[in-house]
Design a protein around this ligand. Sequence first.
Ligand SMILES: [Zn+2]
Length: 68
Amino acid sequence: MCYTCGCKLPYEDHGDPANIVEEDLKRAGQTDTIKKAGVKTAKENLIELIRLQMDEDGLQRPRTDYNK
Ligand SMILES: [Zn+2]
């Protein structure tokens, strides 16, 4: 929306690369650390971490590590 401004346009960066768009997540799905698992896995991992932060009201100031 982009993914961050609330516009709900996943491919629209509004001319500002600070807005996270589909292309950013596609690139994130092709790194070595995610073993090139793809955009779907990247989004699932992103959602999981954000959920963990939401669960403890930590969106504003997340902890440095959410591993058990
Ligand atoms: Zn936007």
